[in-house]
Design a protein around this ligand. Structure first.
Ligand code: 8X3
Length: 253
């Protein structure tokens, strides 16, 4: 990964943060993008000191088209993005559809779908011009199977999978690769965000089971990004051993 530039969205926590560390540890220079710039600044200082790589923290709301456009004005050093990890996204709410919050829906659709589209569109021209690059989209097992209350989240993650598949077709003659990763249960801020800050409810999701860690998923992302140029890991499903589907889990009493 030496001399490679990796752009990671949603880099301030969870899978994004673990990916920053994983790629930096392996010598990549990083553009770490997220809304929480204070967290990014801290992460960037920590990682550049520890691994001796360049890290550019940028405050970015992926749903803000104008802000995403500015990715075209990156400093020369960071212009040639080799790996884009579309990680920003997440779930809000777990209500039956008729009780769902419209603003939660808007936010899920805007972040998981539109944000991913905006960032991908901004980054692709340079990859196509250089005939190299890999886009890694973080979807979810929620995009493979529906579950009660999953409604909009399942739909947006399913959309991410379909966008990835179609994008692969668009890019087949360009040398640019696309991978999708579908994680199952991962212990991050995911559930706390989904339940609007209710940590007690969030902690219950990971009770009596060993979930994936953000680092487990970052390892899978790194694997996809480091295959030989002629190999594209199109889709990778990664789940805890104790989880067989969204609702089939082995919880130890
Ligand atoms: C997270 C997996 O099952 O909570 O993307 O929707 S699930």
């Amino acid at each position: 990964m030496k001399n490679k530039v990796v752009l990671i969205t949603g880099a301030s926590s969870g899978i994004g943060r673990a990916s920053v560390r994983k790629f930096a540890k392996n010598g990549a220079d990083i553009i770490a993008a997220a809304r929480r710039i204070a967290c990014l600044n801290q992460l960037s200082d920590e990682v550049s000191e520890q691994f001796g790589v360049d890290v550019l923290p940028i405050k970015l709301d992926v749903t803000d088209k104008n802000a995403v456009d500015k990715l075209g004005n990156l400093p020369e050093r960071f212009k040639n993005i080799d790996v884009l990890i579309n990680n920003a996204g997440g779930a809000l709410g777990l209500e039956p559809l008729w009780k769902g919050s419209l603003s939660d829906w808007d936010q899920m659709i805007d972040t998981n779908i539109k944000g991913l589209l905006y960032v991908t569109r901004a980054v692709l021209p340079i990859m196509i011009e250089r005939k190299t690059g890999i886009i890694i989209n973080i979807a979810s097992i929620a995009g493979l199977e529906a579950y009660p209350g999953g409604n909009v989240y399942c739909a947006v993650k399913s959309a991410v999978r379909m966008l990835s598949k179609s994008l692969r077709m668009d890019l087949v003659k360009t040398g640019v690769r696309v991978s999708t990763i579908d994680p199952g249960m991962v212990k991050t801020e995911f559930s706390k965000v989904r339940f609007h800050g209710d940590s007690v409810r969030a902690d219950k999701v990971y009770e009596k089971i060993t979930p994936l860690s953000a680092e487990d998923v970052a390892d899978a992302i790194y694997f996809c990004a480091t295959r030989p140029k002629h190999v594209d890991i199109e889709e990778l499903v990664i789940m805890p051993t104790a989880q067989a589907s969204v609702l089939i889990n082995d919880r130890k009493d």
